[in-house]
Design a protein around this ligand. Structure first.
Ligand SMILES: C[S@@+](CC[C@H](N)C(=O)[O-])C[C@H]1O[C@@H](n2cnc3c(N)ncnc32)[C@H](O)[C@@H]1O
Length: 264
């Protein structure tokens, strides 16, 4: 299927160039203009583009210039792949781009990607929702220079004692610890820091709420890190065979697609 003259916002995935959707890959290969965000978009994804395609990095461009570049290309009948790291719907800053493109009558299609939160869970071998432990994951960030609404401050979200995934918060670890502890989390609660998940330089650091800041200082990680916190990240969870088994595959549990053995 060939592309039309519009903007395709494509999720590039977390880094590993095989972690992009087939659709996202095809759009990059066929687009006339490829405009990609930052250092977390793997340039290997741009190895196969069509002859004459223009590739531009948007880091360093302001929003007006980014949008004007895309509008000009579409008005010239070109297709644009606007490539964002991970999944564009999470901290992708796509809202303002879409609003300005719509104002100019430019059609936009979004192609999802693998967010770093799920890539990080995969590389640490974790399920973020463990039966009887937590059935909720909160994706958030800690307030730094960019404000977070008061009702979404970490200490308030953490009152749910569920799994929490923190984006954009690598330099704010003291604050993470104090807010989680204010919410009643124990200092022993497991935390995993994943730096550049799925990249060759990936680092995985297992620590606890109480030791998070020290771990961060020791490893020197200051950015490009996903912080996963909560008991679902307990490295010993797999050894506790008697607990936390999902009902979905329990032989006595009946659901829409399977009759439980004991209920036949
Ligand atoms: C601007 S946000 C973009 C998030 C992206 N849309 C996603 O779904 O992963 C950038 C932040 O995402 C996280 N991040 C993105 N890619 C990552 C990766 N490969 N490993 C760890 N964290 C990553 C980091 O917290 C980083 O500061």
């Amino acid at each position: 299927m060939s592309l039309t003259a519009k903007v395709y916002i494509v999720g590039a995935g977390p880094g590993d160039p095989e972690l992009i959707t087939l659709k996202g890959k095809r759009i990059i290969e066929q687009a006339d203009l490829i405009l990609y965000t930052d250092s977390l978009v793997n340039e290997k994804l741009l190895a196969q583009v069509k002859d004459g395609a223009i590739i531009q990095k948007s880091a360093g461009m302001d929003l007006q210039t980014i949008v004007a570049t895309m509008v000009k290309a579409v008005r010239e009948g070109k297709s644009v792949a606007r490539v964002h790291t991970g999944d564009p719907a999470v901290y992708g800053a796509i809202f303002e781009q879409i609003a300005m493109l719509q104002e100019q009558g430019i059609e936009v299609e979004i192609v999802p990607g693998v967010s770093s939160v799920f890539a990080a869970a995969a590389v640490v071998g974790a399920e973020l929702t463990i039966p009887d432990l937590t059935q909720t994951v909160i994706l958030t960030r800690v307030e730094g220079r960019t404000p977070v609404p008061d009702r979404e401050q970490l200490r308030k979200l953490a009152s749910h004692h569920c799994t929490i995934a923190l984006f954009l918060s690598a330099t704010l670890t003291k604050r993470i610890t104090s807010e989680l502890m204010e919410a009643g989390w124990s200092a022993e609660t497991p935390v995993v820091i994943v730096y550049k998940a799925t990249w060759p330089e990936q680092k995985i650091v297992r620590t606890t709420v109480g030791k998070l800041d020290e771990a961060m200082r020791q490893t020197g990680i200051r950015s490009q890190a996903m912080i996963l916190a909560g008991w679902a990240l307990d490295p010993f969870l797999y050894q506790r065979k008697e607990v936390h088994r999902s009902k979905l595959y329990d032989k006595t549990f009946t659901h829409g697609f399977r009759q439980g053995r004991d209920s036949r």
